[in-house]
Write a protein that binds this ligand. Structure first.
Ligand SMILES: [Cu+2]
Length: 156
């Protein structure tokens, strides 16, 4: 006499197969799509980091032939600077910190998706191979005017 009904055995087996497929899909996506977990690259004093380089002078700085550092501060309810312009084919290293509460940074059309925690500097890199305007928005609710917290990367 069977201990487990054959239908039950079938669904238990199917569950294990689906779990294995899911784990392989998630794990391989890190290599295939070049994903990486966002992690703080540096810690700072949120009260004073805007008076020290590089965050005392936010903006776009060319660091290579086609490479730029975008030094951005996030605050309720704006990114400073709110607009950056780069040539087609540029690689942009976003370096961003918050002066007040938790904010987020999503750059549409790229893999950039950061949480910006006060006291931490967050970094992500994107390459812009197509001309156009790429909206970036705050992705963490940060107060009554959160919906106004946005900017643009203009690629020309
Ligand atoms: Cu926000």
């Amino acid at each position: 006499m069977e201990m487990i009904h054959r239908y039950e055995r079938f669904f238990l087996g199917s569950t294990v197969v689906i779990l294995i497929i899911g784990m392989v899909a998630v794990t391989s996506s890190f290599f295939v799509n070049d994903l990486e977990l966002p992690s703080p690259v540096d810690t700072v004093d949120p009260a004073t980091f805007t008076s020290e380089p590089p965050f005392n002078n936010p903006g776009l700085f060319q660091v290579g032939e086609n490479e730029y550092d975008a030094i951005i501060t996030a605050q309720a309810w704006a990114f400073i600077p709110g607009q950056i312009t780069v040539p087609v084919g540029s690689t942009v290293n976003f370096k961003i910190g918050s002066v007040d509460v938790v904010h987020g940074l999503i750059v549409h059309g790229t893999n950039v998706n950061l949480t910006i925690v006060p006291g931490q500097i967050s970094e992500a890199t994107a390459t812009f191979d197509e001309p156009g305007e790429f909206l970036f928005v705050c992705s963490e609710y940060c107060g009554i005017l959160h919906h106004n917290m946005a900017g643009r990367v203009i690629v020309n």
